[in-house]
Design a protein around this ligand. Sequence first.
Ligand code: BG6
Length: 491
Amino acid sequence: MSFDLVLFGGTGDLTWRKLMPALFQAWRHGKLPVHNGGGRILAVARDERSDDQYRAYIRDKFAGVDEAKKPSDEEFARFAELLHYRRMDLSQPAHYAGLKEWLDARGADTVVLFLATAPHLFPIICAQLGAAGLNGPNVRLVLEKPLGHDLASAQEINRIVRASFSEAQALRLDHYLGKPAVQNLMALRFGNALFEPLWRRDSVASIQITIAESIGVGTRGDFYDKTGALRDMVQNHALQLLTMLAMEPPSSNDADAIRDEKLKVLRSLKPFTADSVARDVVRGQYRAGAVAGQAVPAYREEAKVPPGSRCETFVALRTEVQNWRWAGVPFYLRTGKRLPARDAHIVVNFREVPHPIFPGKHQANKLVIKLQPEDGLELHLLAAKGTAHAAHGPKGHEVLSPVSLDLDFDKAFPTERVGGYERLLLDALAGRLNLFVRSDEQEQAWRWVEPVLAAWADDSAGPRPYTAGSWGPAAASALVARDGNTWAEEM
Ligand code: BG6
């Protein structure tokens, strides 16, 4: 297979921070189909540069990459042969015609157009690509979030995309779906028979999804302040994780079989009302504090953030999936910046034994699915530690003690781990759509978060403050405590 991958926004943050390192890894792992006919990566941006100048620009950017993922000089020189550069003014039809000529001259089997630009450029780029005939059957378009800031704007983008590209050509990328741990969630649920009978309301008491970040908003203050944690993390990443956890087993491993089931979950989520937002959603904003022993400023003191900002940097919410499998089981989602650690995990809390025969209060079983920084599974069980002495209960009784079965996938598969962007870029080139979000899923996710956005717009209270380095406002603990639950770190 030969391919041309065109990166619009070729000098932007996403390209050099995520896409180029991922492409380099794919190349290094021998997974980029560059043999027999080869592949080209064309970066497109506004300024004038030669191919060699662009290659030098990317080489310099690799200086910031983790040591293990850094190319040697010799490796970079070989990888750089794939890189090309083209100046384009994205409003100029003639520049798209020029791009088409460049691509047609070679006639690669597959052309992937990756929009790594600012999202306000998506409509114009899509319309121009269609007008220039850069939407043939061998072309795929990859769109990276944010895709809209509410339902209407997402629908408008989808309408424009659909005018030139079929659904199967338009790949909406959510990089969480590329994470190995998310693949493992599918494998855990649908490659093993063990958990399926337990994966329902009869055995599961509650589910928690946490995506905690220790970083603040960094240099993205202007973007973030218009976005907030609900749009930035919940509408996409957290909801995608929820759909994978709650979906029914798909009839096959095909993209649409999976996406149909995910869509059903999104449609089954309990709709919010103004009252339930007040009760079941907590928003917070970090104040100055310390993370990992380092003093950090308040969100409102970050660069390009207005001093009186009401933007949320933390969200915790409670929802339910209203169907036979999950009725009444609380699903708690939580995400925030400047929390104590970078830590994303899911906790499936199982119900207590129906009739306890061992003395003492014991924690029920739980399954912890660790997404990052480690990728693994922990199954928390109870085991007999020995018999009690008089001080610890009736003499001669078994004392149960918590133990856990730990699986570390980074250790189990040390050489085969593929990063999220690497996986998704390879899938885009191969036309595997399983891990891309379909437009109806994306719109349904917006439909579900909209009442929260509306209720917040009408609520003068604003986000609750939390100290940077803490687990968010106290109200987030109260939210789960109301059901008699606690967050994993409080157990
Ligand atoms: C992005 C958000 O989608 O995901 C960022 O825009 C966030 O605000 C990032 O930091 C988190 O991704 P990861 O892979 O580092 O957990």
